[in-house]
Design a protein around this ligand. Structure first.
Ligand code: SF4
Length: 243
């Protein structure tokens, strides 16, 4: 029984009521049952495997807080806004020949692209991007956005870079327009990421390796022998990995 006594702040009371259903859906969202393309390029192969195991209910994953779930929601909201901004600028969105979703290895490896730009409706202005082009959008805090806009995607995030390579592989597209919204300043970064067949195939091979190991009840290697390694410090599976 929650004690909504008279000294509780209004924010605390309302936030409890708001967080409760968000927490309930957070648990559901962890059990999707397959490996997603959005994680396959993570620095640590074992982390990728833990994602698959958590999706199948084989390990517990630290549940994201309601605040983190609202950050995910923010990403969805700004994806829709960015899509509309691009449409208003003159782009037309279409469906790739093989669809927006892919599924491989018996449905155990899947992904869903944000969109594909297929047309340009302003004959008075030359289209600034070669079409068709895959479109992927992220919403980042100011520090990450600044680093991305300086370093470019491949240096900024192996995970995001692998994700768009896998999407290009399955959609048959040869370039990706990667858009990042700065959630603090609302600046926009755009860059073209070319298709890299070798990287896409490495990611698919990693996916199949992780799926096979999980079926064989074996663990793939960790990325380090040091549990204090900086990536491990932020890993949701740290306790399970090093127990
Ligand atoms: S704790 Fe470190 S080694 Fe273990 S899965 Fe996470 S990132 Fe990989």
């Amino acid at each position: 029984m929650i004690d909504f006594n008279s000294r509780s702040a209004l924010s605390d009371r309302l936030n409890f009521l708001i967080d409760e259903p968000i927490n309930a859906t957070a648990a559901e969202s962890q059990r999707r049952g397959y490996l997603g393309a959005s994680i396959v390029g993570h620095h640590c192969e074992r982390h990728v495997q833990f994602h698959l195991m958590a999706a199948r209910g084989l390990v517990e994953r630290k549940q994201p807080s309601a605040r983190i779930m609202r950050i995910f929601d923010r990403g969805n909201v700004y994806e829709e806004k960015a899509r509309q901004w691009l449409k208003d600028a003159g782009f037309l969105f279409g469906i790739p020949p093989r669809g927006r979703e892919f599924s491989d290895f018996g449905g155990q490896f899947r992904g869903h692209v944000d969109g594909v730009l297929t047309g340009w409706k302003r004959p008075d202005i030359l289209c600034p991007v070669e079409l068709p082009v895959l479109w992927e959008n992220k919403c980042l805090g100011a520090k990450g956005w600044k680093k991305l806009s300086t370093d470019k995607l491949k240096s900024y995030s192996s995970t995001y870079h692998a994700q768009v390579q896998v999407y290009m592989y399955y959609t048959g597209l040869e370039r990706c327009l990667f858009t990042a919204v700065n959630a603090d300043t609302m600046e926009l970064h755009h860059e073209i990421v070319p298709f890299d067949l070798m990287e896409a195939e490495l990611s698919r091979s990693r996916a199949t390796g992780v799926i096979s190991a999980t079926e064989a009840v074996a663990m793939v290697p960790r990325c380090t022998n040091d549990p204090t390694f900086y990536i491990c410090r932020f890993c949701d599976f740290r306790g399970e990995c090093w127990k």
